[in-house]
Design a protein around this ligand. Structure first.
Ligand code: SF4
Length: 348
């Protein structure tokens, strides 16, 4: 069995180690695993037991992540492993997130994953489904190989990594980040011990390093859906990230052990109006299947620029002028990273 040593940890006394992959910073005794079950203290060294033990591999449109301003209409080979560092009670992938990697599961080498993406005609890699932080060492290596082969690499994450982990991923050219904001400091019914400001610290770091970020706020009934929380999320977005960073406000449906009713549509629309009024330029409402709420409009002249239906691009009207994408009516510059993959019609 190949033991992959973690790149981010430090030894403490008596063979104990501290994992430095995410902000849980687990202190792990010999023979034990961290909270996410993916990192184990093996004879005083931190081993990534979950490395490359993949639970799913599947080509998916980038819009599903959601990333709406990154390589529009492209597909990413999406991969996951097992476990999580958060354990949200409303988890929609609980079969993966609440399980753990086992030694008998086979490892898919990162080279093989990249070759699969090329063979399927994908434009990039996406670490997703369960929390990719817990597959950190593998995501890092796969990304380095992917970039060399002309693919992009992106993550769908809760963003709770240490700064060093984010820095290493950015340096490995992970440049697309769909980051969940789970709530706010006043939340009491779930994730009360999480420091939600860390998500903004890391998002800002990525933006300042030249990466692309879109924030996703799943508005969960009776947890993070109260006015103070909505205000905090909008304020932090504008203050730390700025008005150009897209905000996705997504509808929650009952999942795992959370049985509260789905988010009322009126509440989602109110939050959208508030975010737009406060100055966020690109606000989307997801999981409601309304093309008006998932399409991109020019924030200046209001022309529709990218029409989407059910997370598929159905019309792309932006004009490329030099290295910028512009509104064809008023020439306003719209932030889009990467290319529009016009020929890919398989999802339309
Ligand atoms: S990655 Fe896992 S083991 Fe490491 S600090 Fe986070 S939860 Fe703990």
């Amino acid at each position: 069995m190949r033991l992959v040593k973690s790149k981010l940890w430090r030894p403490l006394d008596s063979g104990i180690v501290e994992c430095l992959v995410c902000e849980r910073r687990c202190i792990i005794k010999p023979g034990f695993r961290g909270v996410c079950r993916n990192y184990v203290n093996f004879n005083g060294e931190l081993i990534h037991i979950g490395y490359g033990r993949l639970s799913a591999i599947e080509s998916r449109p980038i819009e599903i992540k959601p990333l709406f301003h990154y390589w529009p209409n492209s597909t990413a080979l999406t991969y996951s492993n097992y476990g999580c560092n958060f354990y949200c009670p409303w988890c929609q992938n609980d079969n993966l997130s609440f399980s753990e990697p086992r030694e008998e599961y086979s490892v898919i080498p990162p080279e093989e994953l990249v070759n699969l993406a090329l063979r399927y005609g994908d434009d990039g890699l996406s670490a997703s489904f369960n929390e990719p932080t817990v597959n950190y060492d593998y995501v890092l290596e796969a990304s380095i190989i992917a970039i060399k082969k002309g693919l992009y690499s992106m993550m769908v994450t809760n963003g709770y990594l240490t700064v060093n982990a984010v820095k290493n991923l950015v340096e490995a050219s992970v440049d697309g980040w769909s980051i969940d904001i789970k709530g706010c400091p006043k939340m009491r019914r779930a994730l009360a011990s999480i420091d939600h400001s860390i998500i903004y610290r890391n998002s800002k770091f990525i933006l300042d390093s030249g990466g692309h970020v879109e924030l996703v706020y799943l508005m969960v009934t009776n947890t993070n859906d109260f006015e103070e929380c909505i205000d905090w999320i909008i304020d932090m977005h504008l203050d730390k990230l700025g008005p150009e960073v897209p905000l996705h406000i997504n509808r929650y449906y009952p999942a795992h052990i959370w049985k509260e009713p789905p988010t009322p549509i009126s509440k989602l629309l109110e939050a959208r109006e508030k975010a737009l009024r406060e100055g966020v330029k690109y606000v989307y409402v997801g999981n409601v299947h309304d093309p008006k709420l998932e399409s991109t409009y020019c924030p200046y002249c209001k022309k529709i620029l990218i029409e989407r239906r059910n997370y598929r691009v159905t019309a792309f009207l932006l004009e490329r002028v030099g290295d910028k994408w512009r509104c064809p009516r008023c020439s306003h510059v719209i932030p889009i990273r990467g290319e529009y993959i016009a020929w890919k019609t398989m999802w339309s």
